[in-house]
Every structure is written in C-alpha cells, then in structure tokens.
Design a protein. Structure first.
Lengths: 250, 294
C-alpha cells in the first residue's frame, strides 16, 4: 500500500476545467487555494508559476505541504483576494475553482475587479462553481442554517450560489469575453464529509454568539447532517473567459 | 443487451459478463435457475474459475444445455506448464465441455510470475498447446495487481487477446501509478485486446474482522459492494462507459439481478455524471472531513 503522504491526485473536476486552457509555461493565479487541488492541477499541467492565494493560514500550509516539491514554480500568498500583491498585467491564467460561492456580492465585485487588474492581455479565466440548488435539495436546509449562523456572527452569508449566467455578466462587465461553459458535475455529490465540514462552519460561527442564539443552530445543523447522510443535488459548472489581446478595455 | 467486440477474438460479448462465482453460493437447482435468468437477459459471456468453490460443477449442467449460446471464460492460477495442462483438463472435466472459449492466466501479481508463465516450461506453453489441440480458443490474463505489471504482460505476451482488471470510480479518481488501470485500458484498446472490468460494484474494503467477523458479512463479495438499485445502476453505467468491452457481474447472487437490469437498460453516462461518481468516491475515501468543495 501507498504511504500516508498527501494525495497527489488532481480531482477530475479540476482536470476537466483546465483541460482546454493554455497552462503550460503560463503564470497562473489560483484564487482561493483551498487544500491545493487546483494548484496541483496547474503545476501538473506545466504552469511556469502558480500564485496560490488564500486568506486561510491552514490552507496556505496545506498547499505548501502538498505541492512543496514545486517550490521553484509555486508562490503561496497568504492575503486578501480583493487586494493581492500581484502586479498589474502579470497573470496569464486565473482560476477560481469553487471560490465564488464563498464570496458575498460585495466581495465578488471586488475580486472580479482584482482579477481584471492583474490579468495580462490575452489572459484566460476559469470560474468553476455551483448553480443555485433546486428547491427539492435537502442540503439547502443545512446551507440555510450555515448562512443564518454566519449572518448572526459576522453580518455576512457564508454561501452564495451564483448562476453561471450571472458570473459571466459580472466578468463581461470587466471586459472579459465569454469563451465556453461546461458542466463539471451533474449531479453534485454532497458526501457525509462535505456535510460535516459545513456543520463545522456553523460550530465555528456560533462560538461568539449567545448560547440561546447559537445552540439551536448547531443542533439543527447536526440533525440535518445525520438525516441527510449524503445527497446528490444540483450541478457544478465551469465558465471560461478571455481577456482581449490588446488593453483597450482598461 | 448491448454487445461489443471482445478485442480481436471475433466474439461479440454482451456489455455484462456473468461472473459465475455467484453459482458457488447456490444449490444446484438455484444455480440452474440463475443461469436461465442470466441467459433470459441476453448475456452471452460467462466467466468461471476452478478456485470458485463448486462454481464449475454447478455451471456444468446448464452450460452443456446452452453451450452454443455461451462464450465461456475460465482461468488458471498455475504458472508452470504441467500444472496449467493438468488444471485445464480438470476444468474441462468439471464443466463437462470439450472447449473453453477463453482461458485466462488468473490473478497475475508479481513480475517473477510473468517470467515463469512466459518461460519455456511455463503455463503459456501449455495453453498454446491446448489451443493447437482445439481445447482453448483464446488466451487472456486477469490481474488486480500493479498496472505497470499488466502493461509489461501486454509487451511480453504477443498472443494475448483479453485482459481482466479492476475499474470503478474509486480507481478512476486516483492519479497514483498503482491505480492507473486507465492506462491499461488505453493500451489494450490500442492493441485491440478485449477488456473485462471487475470490481465495478466495490464500495470499499470490509471492516476489519475484529469489528465484523467474516461469517457476519451480508455479501459474499471480496469487497463490500454497493447494493441499492440506483447505486448498482450508476456503477454499471460508469464502468460500461469507460470503454471496457464488458463488465463482470459481482460475486454475490443477491446482486446479480440488479446488475442485469442495469445492463439491459444501459445507454451511456455523460462525463459530468461520471465525474460526480468519482468525486463521491474521492471524498468517501478520505477519513478526514476537510473538504467543503469538489
């Protein structure tokens, strides 16, 4: 058996999202680096450099740990995606895999502006995210509890599911041209480990709330995780856009 | 049921192959009914082995009755000439037939076995001799071992006509070389070698026997299987849409009907749904709830 090392496996969703994008020899911005799935995919596809940006120190450490053998091509940036330290016109490919649902509308607007600032002429953009879940999806109840908890704790929603058509228009407003859309997952598997992770967000959020407010939310989240178990619902899409070759849009 | 060419053998196999190990768990009358049930669904490719308890003996009566309708695969775990020649005669005798359509080297695991099999005094020499005598029609190999070893076998056995190996969403989602059966599938397709998928319905390993003693397992499979009609259908459709010639039914007779139903209704699976199954398995596999996203 394999040793207990961090998995080098690149998810099929990531592979499918970047398969038709020019990655080899390109400078990439991986926005919201998570545990490094997309960073690993970009490095495996031959990226010249990947700036993996995340505001979560644990994620930054996870990405360094996982992709540490590519230190000459990887720069993990712990910082705010709305204001990265990257220079204007310096990036050839921007990836945002499962990022936008974590951004509320104000943050989305700022991040879209930042992507457009750092993008070089001819830059490619890949935005992968979830369509709003159908009414019938049980996981909506869990996400509602999650949003209730974070709204009470921070005044912001944890999750916003933007339709692909809406994100296209947001980026088109910054001068990006629509290239293609494909379905990455249909349906989306919300597994027990996903559901637990979302319940974990509730637990973290209520830490600063009075118990009479927070405890019922946590209990409800726990009950939902148990009742749902696992659910296949909704779709995940990949939208690809490009920056015009000239800089007439700026 | 859809049929596909089994490599260059000339055989058109149904997209489901009956794994006759299931007969081992049935009495003779039940085994007879199972074979009729499988044939009623149009399945024309059966696979058995001498190591599957009484499966050869229990397959015998109905196999002989329907010999013309069944493409029969059998196997040998022998690696040397004498053993393979002897076990082939034994299988012919136990099955009660004159010819085995596809005779496969069973469960290749080590490079040293490949040396032995391909040697002058190896099992392949016995199988080739049996082919010349008309006792065997085609030569195959089965393995759940290292994919690199299977690729080596393709290089070293020029007359290899079929390969049987694992393929399911868990395996397909892993990039590590030790699970890269997709490379085997690709190479086999290039070489026009027929491909049979096994473990399509495996969900995971059984819990340790300290938690679940072997005699308390609810299924006879080597691995804990998926067991609802929806999951069975997803797993069948996934395996059948990877480009295999045919998918072998699971070893427990309780699951066979559901798989036959899935196989009868098979009409492809789109890539987004294939990825959904791979993603599900990828997270199932991870004991640590670390992922919010896919």
């Amino acid at each position: 058996m394999a040793e207990e090392t961090p998995s080098q496996t690149v998810p099929e969703t990531v592979k499918a999202a970047i398969a038709d994008r020019p990655v080899e020899g390109r400078v990439c911005l991986e926005a919201g680096a998570g545990v490094g799935n997309t960073t690993a995919g970009l490095l495996a596809a031959g990226a010249a450099r990947v700036y993996a940006v995340t505001d979560d120190p644990a994620h930054a450490a996870a990405v360094r740990d996982r992709c540490g053998d590519a230190t000459d091509r990887l720069v993990v940036v712990e910082g705010d995606l709305r204001q990265t330290p990257l220079r204007p016109d310096s990036v050839d490919l921007v990836t945002a895999h499962g990022l936008c649902n974590l951004l509320d509308p104000a943050a989305l607007a700022a991040v879209a502006a930042e992507f457009s600032r750092v993008a070089a002429a001819g830059c490619h953009l890949v935005v992968d995210d979830y369509e709003p879940l159908p009414e019938s999806a049980a996981v909506r109840d869990l996400f509602a509890v999650e949003n209730a908890a974070t709204e009470l704790a921070t005044g912001r929603s944890a999750l916003t599911f933007y339709p692909a058509s809406l994100l296209r228009r947001v980026f088109a407003g910054h001068g990006w041209t629509f290239d293609r859309e494909r379905t990455l997952l249909d349906p989306v598997p919300w597994t027990a480990s996903h559901l637990s992770a979302h319940a974990g967000v509730v637990t973290d959020a209520i830490a600063g709330l009075p118990p009479e407010l927070g405890d019922p939310l946590e209990r409800r989240a726990e009950r939902l995780v148990e009742a749902i178990g696992e659910e296949f619902a909704g779709t995940m899409y990949s939208v690809a856009m490009t920056r015009p070759d000239g800089d007439e849009t700026r | 049921m859809e049929t596909r060419p089994l490599g260059a053998t000339g055989q058109e196999s149904t997209v489901a192959t009956f794994g006759a190990i299931a007969l081992n768990w049935l009495e003779q009358e039940g085994a007879n009914q199972m074979v009729e049930h499988v044939l009623d669904h149009g399945v024309n490719h059966f696979d058995v082995a001498p190591t599957y308890g009484d499966a050869e003996l229990k397959l015998g009566p109905k196999l002989r009755q329907h010999r013309e309708d069944i493409f029969l695969g059998c196997k040998t775990q022998e690696r040397g000439y004498d053993g393979a020649a002897h076990k082939l005669e034994r299988s012919l005798d136990r099955l009660g037939v004159d010819t085995i359509d596809l005779y496969q080297i069973h469960g290749l695991e080590y490079e040293s076995e490949l040396d032995e099999i391909t040697g002058d005094d190896g099992a392949l020499a016995a199988i080739r001799e049996a082919k010349a005598e008309g006792k065997v029609d085609h030569l195959g190999l089965t393995s759940h071992g290292n994919p690199d070893l299977i690729l080596d076998a393709i290089d070293r056995i020029d007359d290899l006509e079929t390969l049987m190996f694992p393929l399911n969403p868990v395996v397909a989602g892993k990039d590590d070389d030790e699970y890269d059966y997709e490379a085997v599938l690709e190479r086999a397709s290039e070489e026009n070698i027929g491909t049979l998928g096994i473990k399509a319905f495996a969900k995971g390993s059984w819990p340790p026997t300290s938690e679940l003693p072997e005699e308390d397992r609810p299924y006879a499979n080597w691995y804990e299987p998926v067991d609802t009609p929806e999951e069975i259908r997803d797993r069948f459709d996934f395996a059948a849409s990877q480009g295999l010639s045919t998918v072998v039914t699971p070893g427990d007779p309780k699951l066979v009907s559901m798989v036959l139903d899935a196989a009868s209704r098979y009409d492809g699976m789109d890539e987004a749904t294939q990825r959904a199954l791979i993603e599900q398995s990828r997270h199932d596999d991870s004991p640590v709830p670390e992922q919010l996203h896919h």
